[in-house]
Each structure stands twice: as C-alpha cells, then as structure tokens.
Write a protein that binds this ligand. Sequence first.
Ligand code: KG4
Ligand code: ZN
Length: 337
Amino acid sequence: MGRKKPRLLLAVETSCDETSAAVLEPGNILSNIILSQDEIHSPYGGVVPELASRQHIRSIDYVVGESLSQAGVSLEEIDLFAVTQGPGLIGSLLVGLTLTKGLAYYFRKPLIGVDHLQAHIEAAFLENPQIEFPVLALLVSGGHTSLYFLKRPLNYELLGKTRDDAAGEGLDKIAKFLGLGYPGGPIIEKLAEGGNSSRFHFSVPRLKTSGYDFSFSGLKTAALKIIKENNLNKEHPALSDFLASFEEIVVKSLLENLTRAMEKFEPRSLVLCGGVARNKRLRLRFSEIARQNQLPAYIPSPRLCTDNAGMVGALAWKKYQQTPDITLDLDLDAYPR
Ligand code: KG4
Ligand code: ZN
C-alpha cells in the first residue's frame, strides 16, 4: 500500500435498482453518477431482483467511467475504493463488490465496505458537517424504515425498525395496486398535490409495543379496504384526496415514533434520510416538529436522499479517517439484510 496521504476515493453503490459511482475528496463530491433502472422495473410494479443484477452488470463499466471522467481523474489516480456491502439484493450487491474488489486488488489499494443504511444517514452529514451530536435519525426508504440514535460519529444505536413493510414499500404497493406505476412514492406525491388529506380516514390497529418499531402492513390493508369500498381507480375524481389522505397517515405514523424518541433521548439534532425523505409533505412535517422542539432539522437535498454512491463514499472517508490502517480484505462479503 502506498504511503502518501490518500486524496481520491471511488465509491460504488449497487444495492438495489440504481447503478451509481462517485469520486470524492475528503468532504467533497467530485462526481456522483446515478443510473436508475426505473423503466425496467416499472412494468412489474416493483424491483425484479434478477433483472436488477443483470442491468447492473450491463451499466457498471459505463457508470464508473462517467464518474471518473466527470471528476477529471483516471482510475490509476484513485487511492481508496469503497462499496456498499449490504443490506440489499444479494445479486445486485455482488456486482459492485466484485468490481471494487478486483480494482482494489489490481491497484493494491484499500477497499472499504459500507453499510447502506448508515450511508443514507451520512448524506445529511455530507451537506452539513456541523451537525451536533447526539443525533436522532429517521431513515425512510423503499426497503427500510428505521430510527437510529447516534451519540457520536459512527456510533449507530438502532432504536426501532419496521416489523413488516417499509414506508416506501407501502407507497409502492398502493401505487401498484392502483396501476399508477413504479416507483410509487413520487407518483403518489404528484397525484396527491392539492388533494384533501382529511377526506379519508384510516382505521389502523396500533402496534402493541413500548419500543420504537414501525408497522405499515396494517395501513396498507386499511388503504386497500378504502380503495375497494369506494371503487377507487386511476380515473376516479376522489383519487387525489385518497392519495393525499394516505400520504398524510404514512407521514403521521413515521413522526409519532420520532416524537416519542425525542422526548426520551433528548437529541441535539434531527436527521431525516432515505428515498422517502424526498417527499415534500414529510420534509415539511419533519421540519415543523423540529421547530416546535427548537431542534435543528437536517434533510439531504433530494438527489442525495435516494440511492447514490456519493453517500457511500462520504461514509467510507469517515471510516478511513477513523481506521487509516484499513487494507484490502479479500474476504469482504455482501450481506442481504
Ligand atoms: O432509498 P431508496 O432510493 O432505495 C432503498 O434503499 O430502498 O428509496 C426508494 C423509495 C421508493 O419506495 C420510492 O417510492 C420512495 O423511495 N420515494 C418517494 C419519493 N421519491 C422516492 N416516496 C415518497 N415521495 C417521494 N417524492
Ligand atoms: Zn437506499
């Protein structure tokens, strides 16, 4: 391994249906290329794992090449490699892992494995390095809905997670049922605009727990019941009101847990992250709650909320700075969950 201080890092993210590569200096993204597979999965209303891994294989060379050329650097100049290890789809993860392992081996450079969920949280730190600890972080994505407490940097205490569907998954499934397309979250957000969010009432059984776990399958069932009872479909005039009401209840359930945890853990900052954190209603309500509690709220800009290699690289830099003797571990493996 070279002795000079590393300057450039190449990060790769292929955990689900975005092929992404980024080049970073410490604390600064030089390029962050994201190639979405939405069009491929859209006809199925959700991600088809086998199609996702095949598409990563087709795209990865191009995406890495673009990230290097946009950053104006060559592969030989990269000092560190980083990759998402998990959680995610195993076949998809292996594409990024195999590629970066090969590159790190060939160039005799370290490879840093990164947790995808921790990387989502890091997106907030990347844009706001001044965030004060302790931090309460709400991660809302298509595969996960989790609440973390960070006493200090790189110290993740999982307070609660979903017991069934993730919030994004719930939005995607309702959109699929109504034939609206994939991914459901942004489509629902658009169609719900201007809708009356108090028109439909969802009777949802409360989770019997004193902890901070989430549950969205009851909400999904309640939503399906309303759809059937009111014969709602794509063209129905009440669709916008229904979607606004659904979005509102999803946001409310997410923030209930956050509020309870805030009282117990007394954080100094709040972070909202993950793909669903692009949602305007959620961003607004989250910021309102923070304001009411006189806490600063940090939400990554929309492009850094959904899956991207920039957040992976940012976390990798932090891990490297904490453990600079990190090397290439050829046993580094992918983990699905
Ligand atoms: O974090 P992410 O890119 O992938 C996972 O790690 O799962 O999140 C994808 C999820 C999808 O469920 C998608 O519907 C949701 O984020 N999403 C949104 C919005 N944009 C993406 N949900 C609500 N409103 C949005 N604007
Ligand atoms: Zn994600």
